[in-house]
Design a protein around this ligand. Structure first.
Ligand code: FES
Length: 160
């Protein structure tokens, strides 16, 4: 049986502090700490950024500046399923924009957003290395290729 004290321990917080400790004395510790924090939480919650700011004595405003500058960082949680729509050259010339438009209509969200029910997050990406199957999307890293707009709804139905 666990004690009240044990229940207060947040394993993510422990991991975060380990990451901070690992990089804090390096030159330019902020980016690796943010990457590590996002790896732990899946995104960068406000309380985590505050904690990092205090721990490595970098003003919070500067941290937000970095987080919003780099596309790799996210300030909101990802939905249960992450859709990457490829708009790299091969996919673009083979109808990727039409596929994206269909997805945006179907889910009623734009790039970077998550559906209200938390089921899908939509992200536009450049080439995902499956150009031979263009146009492609990936959902949770599972690639769906040679897409036509009509196939989108059927694919989405497989993801809860
Ligand atoms: S351009 Fe889309 S997979 Fe390469």
């Amino acid at each position: 049986m666990s004690t009240a004290c044990e229940e207060l321990v947040d394993p993510k917080q422990i991991q975060l502090d380990e990451i901070i400790e690992k990089y804090r004395h390096e030159n330019g510790p902020l980016i690796p700490i943010l990457q590590g924090a996002q790896g732990v939480y899946g995104y960068l919650p406000a309380h985590v950024l505050k904690h990092i700011s205090k721990a490595i004595r970098i003003p919070l405003a500067r941290i937000y500046g970095v987080v919003t500058f780099y596309a790799q960082f996210r300030l909101t949680p990802v939905g249960r399923n992450l859709i990457n729509v490829c708009l790299g050259t091969a996919c673009h010339v083979r109808g990727g924009a039409k596929v994206l438009e269909t997805i945006e209509k179907e889910l009623k969200i734009k790039d970077g957003a998550t559906t209200d029910d938390g089921r899908f997050t939509l992200e536009i990406v450049a080439c995902i290395g499956a150009c031979g199957l263009a146009p492609v999307i990936s959902i949770n890293n599972e690639v769906h290729g040679r897409l036509v707009p009509e196939s989108i709804a059927g694919i989405f139905a497989k993801y809860e």
